[in-house]
Design a protein around this ligand. Structure first.
Ligand SMILES: Nc1ncnc2c1ncn2[C@@H]1O[C@H](COP(=O)(O)OP(=O)(O)OP(=O)(O)O)[C@@H](O)[C@H]1O
Length: 365
């Protein structure tokens, strides 16, 4: 197969590309310049697409003896990922930009260009197991629980998955580092990337304030309706947040308060107790079914509502056109934020790691 290896300059994608070469594929490496300023690469910054990262990716490609290019996808990344991120926060939702990047950049913009150039697949260093049998993709959790990225890949369509390759799915990170060292890849010791790549200092609140300015509103006690304080914008909050609420007076029962809901039009942030934060029903829409088959009838599953943690057994029911899912949780969950993705995994221990589907959370109760 002709394979385009997406090389970030990190250890995972270097080893993934190496394995694709070793498997006998005709591999070309590409580094995506995604920096927020179109046409530029940042120097010295943490996060992705610094000049150092593109050099590291090129060096790895040289060691593997494969052709290598840098493609400027900054404009598309800004439009599809950064602007969506800002818009979602302004609308009182909590987006996951890595999900959007996989959907719109790596497996849409990049894959489209790859296919137009005659490649059969895009290979990445993601940790998730993927097999395609008779054209039907099956996406599963990684063999490495700590690194599992099936959550951020679960929104890929069957067609995108048919052209994806994740050679690290069955590996554990320490072994991947060891393999990189054995292969002489200089990136073997490079630290893992964290957080949101376009917010290198990790200060999401400041980033959103710079973009959205001040949009003041009230912090309101959900139970009594009492105004507890003022804030500078719903974009500074996420459902389940406890710290940084800026409320001086303690709750009557002395227990901590959490953000329960965000109302962008009125600017109201409702807060309440941890009990009020618990939800037992999640509604989600824009569902994606990796195997192309929407669930039929009530289906036992395990639902995961954020990239790390937030899992509960549930019964999922899908509407007739396969777009909307209602999940009735068998155990309550807290901190379920509209805008995040709900990923449905198969429930039994043996096959508990197969992604059945995913959908964007729209409401909770
Ligand atoms: N700027 C980029 N250019 C090309 N591919 C990229 C880029 N950023 C990420 N990728 C691809 O997406 C995969 C997952 O990205 P993620 O940010 O989760 O990286 P990671 O797990 O730290 O992997 P790595 O060690 O390769 O950086 C990478 O392994 C790589 O294949």
């Amino acid at each position: 197969m002709r394979v385009l290896a997406a090389m970030s300059g990190g250890v995972d994608s270097a080893v993934a590309a190496a394995r694709a070469v070793e498997a006998g594929h005709d591999v070309t490496g590409v580094h995506l310049a995604l920096s927020a300023k179109p046409g530029t690469l940042r120097t010295g910054a943490r996060g992705c697409c610094t000049i150092e990262d593109s050099r590291d990716a090129r060096r790895a490609a040289d060691i593997l003896g494969i052709p290598f290019y840098v493609w400027d996808f900054a404009e598309r990344f800004t439009e599809e990922v950064v602007e969506t991120f800002v818009g979602e926060y302004a609308a009182g939702r909590t987006p996951n930009p890595c999900v959007t990047c996989n959907e719109k950049i790596k497996f849409e913009a990049l894959l489209e260009k790859a296919i137009a150039l005659g490649f059969d697949a895009v290979c990445t260093g993601h940790y998730a197991r993927l097999s395609v049998v008779d054209g039907v993709p099956e996406l599963r959790r990684s063999a490495d629980d700590h690194k599992d990225q099936s959550y951020v890949l679960a929104s890929l369509t069957p067609e995108q998955l048919r052209h994806a390759m994740f050679p690290l799915g069955s590996s554990r990170k320490p072994d991947v580092r060891e393999e990189a060292a054995e292969r002489g890849l200089a990136v073997a010791e490079k630290p893992d990337s964290h957080d949101i790549c376009f917010i290198p200092d990790g200060d999401t609140k400041k980033f959103l304030e710079n973009r959205l300015g001040e949009r003041p509103g009230d912090l309101v006690d959900a139970e009594t309706g009492a105004v507890l304080g003022r804030h500078t914008g719903v974009h500074g909050f996420t459902v389940g947040q406890r710290k940084g609420l800026g409320i001086d007076a303690p709750a009557a029962d002395g227990k901590p308060r959490y953000v329960l809901s965000l109302e962008p039009v009125s600017g109201t942030v409702k807060v309440g107790s941890s009990q009020e934060l618990s939800v037992s029903t999640i509604d989600a829409d824009r569902a994606i079914w990796p195997s192309e088959q929407p669930l039929t009838g009530p289906t036992e599953c395990v639902v995961q509502v954020r990239a790390h943690g937030g899992m509960a057994p549930a019964v999922a029911e899908v509407d007739s056109d396969g777009d909307a899912v209602r999940m009735s949780l068998r155990e309550p969950l807290t901190g379920v934020a509209p805008g995040q993705v709900a990923v449905l995994y198969s429930p039994d221990a043996e096959a508990g790691d197969v992604v059945l589907g995913s959908a964007k959370i729209s409401a909770t109760a």
